[in-house]
Design a protein around this ligand. Structure first.
Ligand SMILES: *[C@@H]1O[C@H](CO)[C@@H](O)[C@H](O)[C@H]1NC(C)=O
Length: 507
């Protein structure tokens, strides 16, 4: 079976071709998926009724340990883990979630990055509090200054080229990361480096440390593992490929309940240098408590409390994409005409340094916010996505289909109106729509250069929120969510794989 993962780092043109291939291969193994999914769902759910716990709870807060200077790391540990994320929100977020999971096994975790990206990761974490976990040690390194151009909402593609300068400069983390690894290697029997696949260059010296080994976290689904990047990204991506660090295995932010057959395919097709892989996702918490009385609770959650179950659609296109004023107008008009309730996060895409410079405010049609008052909310800043998706009033998600958003939506049982923007997103959209059948298409990838009209938006919102078809998707999403939640519980498949990974690094 030819699987599109063989296509690496190609141009946008090839994205289109590979999607067709993915499509046919996904159809041909669909029955396999359904069977496996049924078996897993029943076995997982069978166990889950009595043992409803979330991941092991973290150790109590010890504030003094939290930002311990590197110079005084003294104790000897069995195993120490160092996490090396790519400095972009989705990647920072995902590996910070993973840090929490590993930390819950009482293993010291060191999370590295620039000062600004560490701060970004911490202030935007959702579903739990990184300040409350003393086992996570943050290391802030400096790198040469880099350009932080604003995103261009009118660019011909939605790929976040504004982040290329920070990606390019992030390779300078190589030296300080190596120095940290050398220092930590003396305090631990084994040093385990978990790196984003786009940070291979930075960790290429791991092989020089005798008690260190590295594990790659691709950050995508198994279905889409080798994303296709546009031309602007190929230099940086190739840099990572050329160093080819010896990876001792792969850690997937997914689980067998979602895409077991693709995980198997990944091993069978031998596309990587290691046959060891662990599907230990979702990395994100699968249970979030809304903290009803908390002062820091986002106001849109209070509003959600007052709405009927499954009556609100959440709209957000992630951290890397800005919509143009023209697109914003079509979305606004479509939402208005749909008559449905909504929370729409309309913020500018991230710059290389999110704490620098002004953010653009996309224009909305005159009078829009007044017209939809009481029925819809436009959020202009960061929104607690996991809590929103986890809220019982949320019944649909219009999303760019970044992998974090997909797996969060799957975790919370919310079907998706797919509006893919770039990279792995069009394939994730196919996974949701054609394989899992918990999504419908808004933006047609074959009409990439056409404006998505208000009529398309209106129809998609109605289909998802107010039709029998939408209700069926919601039902399937709920079932998948149950299987995924069962997976991370004691005895569930993801939890067993996580236990097995921890046992492996403690061997
Ligand atoms: C990024 O680095 C590559 C070389 O690795 C270079 O060709 C490219 O111009 C750089 N891009 C930016 C925006 O700095």
């Amino acid at each position: 079976m030819k699987f599109s993962v063989k296509l690496r780092l190609t141009s946008f043109l090839i994205v289109l071709i590979s999607i067709n291939e993915t499509l046919s291969s996904s159809y041909s193994i669909l029955h396999m998926i359904q069977n496996i999914k049924k078996q897993q769902a029943s076995s997982v759910l069978g166990r889950s009724t009595l043992m409803f716990v979330s991941w092991p709870s973290p150790s109590p807060t010890v504030q003094s340990q939290y930002q311990r200077p590197v110079g005084i790391i003294r104790e000897t540990h069995e195993v120490t883990v160092v996490i090396v994320p790519l400095p972009a929100q989705g990647h920072l977020n995902q590996l910070l979630h993973l840090s929490r999971l590993i930390s819950s096994y009482d293993i010291p975790v060191h999370y590295v990055g620039t000062a600004s990206h560490i701060r970004q990761a911490k202030v935007r974490v959702h579903g739990w509090d990184p300040l409350a976990i003393s086992n996570i040690h943050f290391h802030e390194f400096s790198i040469p200054s880099y350009e932080t151009p604003p995103p261009n909402p009118n660019a011909p593609t939605k790929f976040p080229t504004q982040l290329i300068p920070v990606f390019n400069t992030s390779i300078k983390l190589r030296e300080p990361v190596y120095a940290l690894l050398q220092q930590l290697s003396g305090t631990s029997r084994r040093l385990v480096v978990i790196y984003d696949s786009l940070m291979a260059y930075v960790i290429q010296d791991v092989g020089l440390i005798p008690n260190a080994e590295s594990y790659c976290s691709p950050g995508t689904s198994a279905f889409t593992i080798y994303s296709c990047f546009p031309q602007e990204m190929t230099d940086f991506a190739k840099l990572q490929q050329d160093v080819k660090p010896i990876s001792s295995g792969y850690l997937f932010n997914t689980c067998r309940a979602i895409e077991g057959p693709y995980l198997d395919l990944h091993v069978k097709s031998k596309i990587t240098d290691s046959d060891k892989q662990w599907a230990i996702g979702p990395f994100n918490p699968v249970e979030v408590n809304g903290q009803k009385n908390s002062e820091t609770r986002h106001c849109c959650l209070d509003w959600l409390d007052k709405q009927a179950p499954n009556s609100v659609i959440f709209i957000s296109f992630g951290s890397t994409t800005s919509v143009s004023d023209e697109e914003a107008k079509e979305i606004a008009t479509g939402l208005d005409k749909s008559g449905q309730k909504f929370i729409w996060v309309l913020r500018d895409a991230d710059k290389g340094d999110v704490f620098q410079g002004e953010d653009r405010r996309a224009q909305l049609p005159k009078g829009f916010e007044e017209r939809v008052e009481g029925r819809g909310i436009v959020v202009r800043d960061w929104a607690p996505q996991l809590e929103i998706l986890g809220h019982s009033s949320t019944g649909g998600f219009m999303s760019h289909c970044g992998w974090n958003s997909c797996i969060e939506s799957i975790s919370m049982g919310v079907p998706v109106a797919a509006w893919p923007m770039h990279s792995d997103q069009p394939r994730n959209a196919i996974l949701l729509e054609k394989v899992l059948k918990i999504g419908l298409k808004v933006r047609d990838w074959s009409k990439l250069n056409e404006l998505v009209t208000s009529i398309t938006v209106e129809n998609a919102v109605r289909r998802l929120m107010d039709s029998a078809e939408g209700e069926e998707m919601r039902q399937r999403a709920r079932e998948l969510s149950k299987a995924v939640k069962g997976s991370v519980m004691e005895g569930g498949l993801s939890r067993l794989e996580m236990d097995s990974f921890i046992a492996h690094i403690r061997r």
